[in-house]
Every structure is written in C-alpha cells, then in structure tokens.
Design a protein around this ligand. Structure first.
Ligand code: SAM
Length: 262
C-alpha cells in the first residue's frame, strides 16, 4: 500500500504529464542550463556504452533515449504510470530500445549490484533521501557510479520565486541542502558536488539577445571561479550535480560496523 506522500506525488505527476502547459511560467530559467547539461551529457557519454544503466525517476523519458544512443542497456523507472506510458510511446516512435517500468524509487525491484550507472534529473528532492541513497547504493555495482542533477534550497530569492509559484510544485518536494549531501556520504565513499547557476541567472532577461549564449558562457565561467574561490557561495546556486561513487550498501556498512567491534 502506497503511503500518503507517494500518493500525492503520483497524483500530481500523473496530472502534470497530461497537462504540458504547467511549466511555461518558469521555462525561461531553463534557457541558461547549457553548461550543466553539457557536463551531464559528457559524463554519461563516456560511461554508458555496453553498460547497464538506470534512469531513476525518469518522468516521460526526456533524457532516457540519449542514454541508449550512448550505447547503454537502459531501464527507466518512475512512480507515474502516465509518465511510463508516454515514455514507452515516444521511445517506440523514435525507434529507441529502452525498458520503462512503473516503480517506487525508494524500494527498487532490482537485485543488488545490478547497474553500472544510475542517473537522474530533479528526482532526489521528491524522495526520502536516506531510503533513496540506500537503494541507489544497493543496486549499483561496487565500481558503479551515480549522477544526479538537483535543485538547491539555500538561495532566499530562488525560494521566494518558488513560494510565488506553488502550483508548479508538489507539497512534499524539498530542494536539497548541503546537509543532504552529508547524508549521501553515509551511503557513498565519494560524493562530488558541482554547483551551477548563480551569477548566470542574471542572463535570463537577455535570453532573446544575440549575445545570450556568449553571456551565459562567460557567467558560467565566473560562477565556477566564484565557487572555487569562495566555496560557501556554492550553496546559493540554483542547481547542483552530484556524482556518487564507492557505494556502501546498508547491509555491508552494518557488517563492517559489527566487525569493527571484534
Ligand atoms: C520533477 S519530475 C522529474 C522527471 C524527470 N527526471 C525529468 O527530468 O523530466 C520528478 C519525478 O519524480 C517522480 N517521483 C516522485 N516520487 C517518486 C518515487 N517515490 N519513485 C519514483 N518516482 C517518483 C515523479 O513521478 C516525477 O516524474
């Protein structure tokens, strides 16, 4: 039996996937994501060929076919059956072979150590993090890697904008905090965080100008320099890309802990 939070998430997203106009109010912000998307694509292009790949919380499979094009043996999962039906239809229409399964990301129906690569966009912040990190660590192979792009929840102006557009969001979603990445360290030996989009947000009003792409590229470089020189500023970015490796499944961590007392 699905709990109330998951029923709310499922109902919201089933509705969202039947009603594409919802995001138009904030679409303009996605004009600046090129640098982050390139990092994500390059990372996955280098790691998917011939590998078992899971897109975790894949929605309608916006990214999933790319993973198959990179040579992965790809499965996409999501709680929304509407999303899975739409994803199957568009993969079929595109002639791409990807398996889509309706499934709870917090209780994956896959054996331990199934995947070489697990990736997800804007999914962790809809989940119970301890459970989902635990499931990702359990189903990743020991030398596997996971990559997630997630919104951050520290910037007061971005949070104000979120409060002004409440119908775009589920009541339970929670843009990630730095403390959430500390929790990830319980489940992964290596947690690498790459922040994106702080100064580059100022380019949004110029998105129709001829110099826009160049302006975003310059601001992306300034953002990277800012986060390097003053690391505390990274928390105020809009998004983070988290690269998780050296998985520590809970059972293994418990055995290690028991052994430590011998
Ligand atoms: C913001 S959408 C992102 C979808 C997709 N990754 C994308 O980039 O388009 C969040 C997704 O999380 C899914 N979701 C929420 N709770 C879930 C759960 N417990 N298990 C699996 N998927 C879940 C929703 O159905 C929705 O598709």
């Amino acid at each position: 039996m699905m709990d109330a939070r998951k029923m709310r998430e499922k109902a919201f997203h089933d509705q969202e996937y039947a009603d594409e106009v919802r995001w138009q109010a904030v679409d303009k912000y996605y004009s600046i994501i090129e640098g982050r998307a390139r990092f994500w694509e390059d990372f996955l292009r280098a790691r998917c060929a011939g590998k078992r790949v899971l897109e975790y919380g894949c929605g309608q499979g916006k990214y999933t076919p790319r993973l198959a094009e990179f040579g992965g043996n790809v499965t996409g999962i999501d709680l929304s059956e509407t999303a899975m039906a739409n994803a199957r239809a568009s993969a079929r229409a595109a002639g791409v072979e990807v398996e889509f399964k309706a499934m709870d990301a917090e209780a994956l129906d896959f054996p331990d150590q199934t995947f070489d690569v697990i990736c997800g966009n804007a999914i962790l912040h809809h989940l119970d993090l301890d459970r989902s990190f635990s499931e990702v660590a359990r189903t990743l192979k020991p030398d596997g890697v996971a990559i997630f792009m997630e919104p951050l929840g520290h910037n007061p102006l971005i949070n104000l904008k979120r409060r002004m557009t409440p119908t775009l969001r589920t009541p339970d979603e929670h843009p990630l905090k730095m403390s959430d990445f500390r929790l990830a360290r319980k489940h992964f030996g290596s947690v690498d965080i790459h922040a994106y989009h702080l100064l580059s947000l100022t380019a949004v009003p110029f998105r129709r100008a001829a110099i826009f792409a160049r302006l975003v590229a310059i601001l992306d470089r300034l953002d990277a320099a800012l986060f390097r020189w003053l690391p505390f500023t990274a928390r105020y970015a809009w998004y983070a890309v988290a690269v998780l490796s050296d998985p520590r499944p809970v059972a293994a961590a418990a055995v290690e802990k028991d052994g430590a007392g011998d």
